[in-house]
Design a protein around this ligand. Structure first.
Ligand SMILES: NC(=O)c1ccc[n+]([C@@H]2O[C@H](COP(=O)([O-])OP(=O)(O)OC[C@H]3O[C@@H](n4cnc5c(N)ncnc54)[C@H](OP(=O)(O)O)[C@@H]3O)[C@@H](O)[C@H]2O)c1
Length: 270
């Protein structure tokens, strides 16, 4: 495969994926060809992005150069997909297109880009701080080299999981909607602290540190979640009282439903 890579839609997530590769010199800035929609984004990348990548406005003739890149990362918003048109005569062979469009199926992508082998990846917002989770579903006839390149794209900013596409909706619900669910839980617990008289900022800080500490404990001591619960739930104590209040309000069931609902919604987008 060639070293050139085209980024169709150089927005927040594409930047988070590409920057660590440039930082580690796994790709060279002169080999990165980006397309954006507006002059404003083009100027912003030219003036503020730390690497001197090539960047084009989608309406310019010059932007057609991306079709000469064997590898493409498709990272426009799903509703912008209709504006990306594969030219009829593509000179380059063995093209790879990796789509990160939420909820857009491999089938749709493959039909839209018939001269490409396609991969669908679902990633999440913590990728912007190098702590993402990425689920990958391979399209048909992907070569070993193309798999290797796709993994290289994501593994510097996220942990990788390979799935059949059937599982990607649930993966998306857990990992992409998950941060919003966790943020809501943190917010609600902080409000509990606030109700008890703690200042808001302190309350939020305590909750976040507690969450981080809990995860570290589970991981380092290799505990199951129920072992951890038993560890801190003494007979007639405060924790069982807290857990009882949660069960009484069907919080567990509401959380299960939140994932099922997000997953079903993702299926509707296909
Ligand atoms: N945000 C998330 O949490 C998240 C997580 C996982 C996956 N995703 C997926 O990642 C994709 C990108 O999301 P994002 O948050 O990075 O969006 P974004 O920041 O809005 O980036 C979209 C990029 O596409 C460009 N663009 C728009 N129309 C175009 C066209 N016709 N040709 C070429 N480029 C065009 C935009 O340029 P302008 O700036 O000039 O409009 C922008 O650079 C989405 O499909 C989303 O589903 C997002």
């Amino acid at each position: 495969m060639t070293d050139k890579i085209a980024i169709i839609g150089f927005g927040n997530i594409a930047e988070a994926i590409i920057t660590p590769l440039l930082d580690k010199k796994l790709i060279q800035p002169e080999n990165v060809y980006c397309v954006v929609n507006s002059k404003r984004s083009l100027e912003n990348i030219k003036n503020n992005y730390k690497y001197d990548v090539k960047v084009y406005e989608s309406s310019s003739q010059d932007s057609n150069i991306i079709w000469d890149c064997q590898v493409k990362l498709l990272s426009v918003k799903p509703q912008q997909l209709k504006y990306i048109i594969e030219p009829e005569n593509i000179k380059i062979k063995d093209n790879l297109l990796v789509s990160i469009l939420a909820g857009v199926s491999l089938d749709r992508i493959s039909q839209k880009f018939p001269n490409h082998k396609c991969v669908r990846a679902v990633t999440n917002i913590p990728i912007t701080v190098g702590k993402g989770l990425t689920g990958i579903a391979w399209g048909e006839k992907i070569t070993k080299d193309q798999k290797q390149f796709t993994k290289k794209l994501f593994e510097n900013s996220s942990k990788l999981y390979e799935f059949s596409e059937d599982y990607l909706d649930t993966f998306l619900a857990l990992t992409s909607s998950g941060p919003a669910i966790i943020a809501l839980i943190i917010e609600a617990l902080s409000d509990g602290g606030l109700s008890g008289g703690l200042p808001k900022i302190l309350s939020e800080e305590l909750v976040m540190e507690m969450v981080l500490g809990t995860i570290s404990l589970i991981k380092e001591k290799k505990l199951t979640t129920s072992e951890l619960r038993n560890l801190v739930t003494s007979p007639g104590g405060t924790t069982i009282s807290a857990l009882r209040a949660l069960e009484k309000n069907s919080v567990r069931s509401a959380l299960i439903e939140s994932i099922v609902s997000a997953s079903n919604r993702s299926k509707e987008f296909r």
